[in-house]
Design a binder for this molecule. Structure first.
Ligand code: HEC
Length: 226
């Protein structure tokens, strides 16, 4: 049996392909590696499905859509203001001139209601009531001052003391809106005080310039003496 006699000889022979240090084998491997290297270097990278670069017009359309959406938001977004949804009703005044009429209840719902609540009762310990409040229903200037520049520090409303912060609205609400909302709180939920005009708001705004939120004592000092 020639096969069986060869096998052990092969594995022990220094010239056999399996043994290290064989000269033939070394040159052989280098050669093959070199050739293989050259072939590999010549090949283009394999394209992978799903990773092809998108065609130029996809970029162009994306940029156009982004630009159009940005323009639309800028033009019609209303700077994210809650008053953007305010319904202003054009009313015809004498001589046919069209004047914007701002609805006090709508300004109230959009701006004040989160704190002072829909029925003006406030939230116990946090937001004082506007119903029956001496700050609302006495002179018309006090509530306008409060809405313009906010209110902070201890304040007593209907016998209960609050010590919280109300933000200013001088840069968010127009004279018309402040007049409307103050008129609204002075004449709703059982309050029955006189209307406040936009002219009155305009005058107060001009007199006050800009200032920090009021304290109760500052407002008290400004109240007309009875
Ligand atoms: C973020 C909550 C908040 C909003 C919004 C807010 N207020 Fe106030 N308001 C307060 C707080 C708090 C006080 C009491 C401040 C203090 O403790 O010094 C106050 C006080 C007042 C007062 C004097 C005290 C009283 O109860 O009569 C009036 C008047 C008033 N707010 C009206 C308004 C009106 C009108 C608006 C809407 C234009 C408004 N507030 C929006 C929180 C708010």
């Amino acid at each position: 049996m020639p096969d069986e006699s060869k096998k052990p000889q092969d594995s022990s022979s220094p010239q056999s392909p399996g043994s290290p240090g064989s000269e033939f084998r070394d040159t052989d491997t280098t050669h093959v590696n070199e050739i293989h290297q050259r072939i590999v270097a010549r090949e283009e990278e394999e394209p992978e499905e799903g990773f092809e670069p998108p065609p130029w017009w996809v970029w162009a359309i994306s940029v156009l859509i982004l630009f159009a959406m940005g323009f639309y938001l800028g033009r019609y977004g209303g700077s994210w203001s809650t008053l953007a949804h305010e319904v202003e009703q054009p009313a015809v005044e004498g001589g046919g001139a069209v004047k914007r009429v701002v609805k006090g209840d709508q300004v109230y719902a959009a701006v004040c209601q989160t704190c002072h609540q829909a029925t003006g009762i406030g939230i116990s310990g946090q937001y004082p009531p506007l119903v029956g409040s001496e700050w609302v229903t006495n002179d018309p200037e006090t509530p306008v001052r409060v809405v313009l520049f906010g209110f902070e520090g201890p304040v007593t409303v209907k016998g209960t003391t609050y010590n919280n912060k109300m933000p200013p609205f001088h840069d968010k609400l127009s004279d018309d809106e402040i007049a409307a909302v103050v008129t609204h709180i002075r004449s709703s939920w059982g309050n029955a005080a006189k209307e406040v005009t936009s002219e009155a708001v305009k005058t107060l705004r001009a007199d006050l310039g800009t200032r920090a939120p009021w304290s109760a004592s500052e407002l008290q000092a400004l109240k007309p003496k009875k």
